[in-house]
Design a protein around this ligand. Structure first.
Ligand SMILES: [Zn+2]
Length: 275
């Protein structure tokens, strides 16, 4: 079978054969033979040196793992240089196609988890993580000096360094600035000592260990408990009181009260007569 169907990502390629084997799709592909410029001396060359088969992982086709078996042609110049032909789908020394790389890069950022993306693209979560790190490296600028107002908070990132990471943001613009690999007191302290000379206000949750770390690194900045964490403490407090009082209720009243607990969270001016 020899067809020149335009398969996305394989434009201008000749698909020699399509095979389905053990649930995988194999696309046998070659490029049209045409004169190439020698990268060494610039002459136009048409003399074929040899062919090498190269297996390239590609995007899934019809939900099946798909590989391109590329019959890579090499040309030989009179100057002695041997070189591979140009092709639009795989870069030198790569085992995955250009389209696969692009799709994986997008999903490494936008996907839910590294594992899930790995499953979809037929690779390991470590490969996806490595992709993510490569992209992140080019995206994240090194923080030299933190702004006057910063906000710090922990979040569950589940990285190789541990379950929790620490995010540092500009407290005014709300732009994320940096991510610390863990939430250890020493990590925070060292980081703030290095970059925090201009910091005057720190917005954060109410954990005493954070507070201690911030104090020992920055002296005496204004510490602001952020609204989210502050309110959370109040909700927790209300809940404890509600539960304690409800204990003395009859079963029926207790359940009813539990179901209506949202009333306690409503602002006073939105309460109805019924509430
Ligand atoms: Zn040459």
């Amino acid at each position: 079978m020899n067809f020149n169907m335009n398969i996305p990502g394989l434009k201008d390629c000749q698909v020699i054969k399509v095979e389905e084997r053990k649930g995988e799709i194999l696309l046998y592909v070659e490029m049209e033979r045409k004169p190439h410029l020698c990268p060494n001396c610039g002459q136009l060359i048409d003399k074929v040196h040899d062919y090498r088969w190269q297996k390239v992982q590609h995007l899934k086709w019809f939900e099946r793992m798909t590989y391109i078996w590329y019959k890579r042609r090499r040309y030989a110049c009179a100057c002695g240089k041997r070189f591979s032909e140009k092709n639009p789908f795989v870069k030198r020394y790569q085992r995955t196609s250009i389209e696969w790389n692009q799709a994986v890069s997008v999903c490494a950022i936008k996907g839910k988890t590294f594992k899930e993306v790995g499953d979809v693209y037929g690779t390991s979560s470590t490969t996806i993580m490595r992709r993510f790190d490569q992209i992140a490296q080019t995206e994240i600028k090194q923080v030299e000096s933190l702004p006057r107002v910063i906000a710090i908070d922990e979040y569950k990132g589940d990285t190789r360094e541990g379950k929790y990471q620490l995010i540092i943001a500009d407290g005014i613009t709300k732009q994320p600035l940096d991510i610390l690999p863990n939430r250890n007191k020493k990590t925070i302290k060292d980081y703030l000592q290095r970059h925090g000379h201009h910091v005057q206000v720190v917005i954060m949750d109410m954990s005493p260990s954070f507070k201690a770390a911030v104090r020992s690194a920055l002296g005496n900045p204004v510490i602001v408990a952020d609204r989210f964490h502050f309110c959370r403490y109040i909700y927790w407090g209300i809940n404890r009181v509600r539960r304690r009082i409800q204990q003395q209720f009859h079963d029926y009243d207790r359940k009813k009260c539990k179901r209506k607990r949202y009333i306690f969270y409503k602002p006073q001016n939105t309460l109805t007569e019924n509430d």
